[in-house]
Design a protein around this ligand. Sequence first.
Ligand code: KG4
Ligand code: ZN
Length: 371
Amino acid sequence: MLILGIETSCDDTGISVIRVSEKKRPVFEILSNVVSSQIKTHAPFGGVVPNLAAREHLKNIEPCLKTALKEANVKMHETRLPARQVDLVAVTYGPGLIPSLLIGVNFAKALAYKYKKPIIGINHIEAHIVAAFSGENSKFEIRNSKFPIIALVVSGGHTQLVLVKKIGNYKIIGETRDDAAGECFDKVAKLLNLGYPGGPAISREAEKWKSQFSISNFQLPRPMISHKNYDFSFSGLKTAVLYLVEKLAVRSSRKNKPRISNLEPNIVSELCHEAQQAIIDVLILKTINAAKEYQAKTIILAGGVAANSELRKQFELKMKNEKLKTDFLVPPMSLCTDNGAMIAIAAYFNRKKIKSSNWKTIKADANLRLS
Ligand code: KG4
Ligand code: ZN
């Protein structure tokens, strides 16, 4: 079965072709996974501008499709080799930015209609979760996973703790009340003039500081860490960094106007280290508490922020220290941030939902919830 996965929920245009061979256990092969990034477009604004994102998706989606099909050596329409034809079109229909989602959904519907292919709508959060079942290589069997699972999905738009009883059965047990963890990385990076996206920039700075020093002089809050629930809040952390930066900038500017550019590079790295650590502390503690309460057999860490190597490392360390006998699954780096392959993988697990009427009924839904 050849599945075309289309992802346009935020600022990455992702198109992928995967092959699933149904043997005793399904074998997945990622034949292509093209991602056109819009970093340059959004960088001057320090965050994603929805209408600009939609404009870029519109420009990039067709070239991405052509490249993804070519790399996979696959066609949309009939060829003499049926094994080389796309069998199913899968598209993210939510949650996400509505102008961005609309481009992907309408493009996918037009493809499905034109080439008479079945189509299926995929929940973006579910796709992030199932990406964690992938192997490191492009050809893999789904990793053995024991249920129930506690999945932490941390991205630019979402921070959710999800109880997964089985694939397709989800319960959100906690989520952010304001900014997502990735958004916090992006906003802190913006106020420190580190560019967009903030996550990788903050992580690089934090690493620099950690390689030279050990104990930070700064103490930022760990929001909601001792609340007896699984919700998060990251907007106060960003504000705490802002106040600290203003104080430090005044101190270092003496007679000049206080400016962030007056801050010494070591101070900026230290701030990044402390902000990153504050986010990591909250994410890990809440996830491990949830895993204990729900007697999870597996913890999944997924979404763009899962690409943070310090977060991955500290998760494993904490689980070891707590003697948790829980498996830990993280997607390979290439499947952490938004991409079409995770949409195609999720489509395989949802294949029973394929209906001939799908292309008429699928609608972009910015606030789509897992259930
Ligand atoms: O999943 P994703 O690609 O898009 C959404 O669904 O939102 O996540 C993007 C987010 C951005 O906020 C970005 O700063 C963050 O993931 N991110 C990271 C890292 N790489 C990407 N955050 C922390 N450390 C990283 N290495
Ligand atoms: Zn995402």
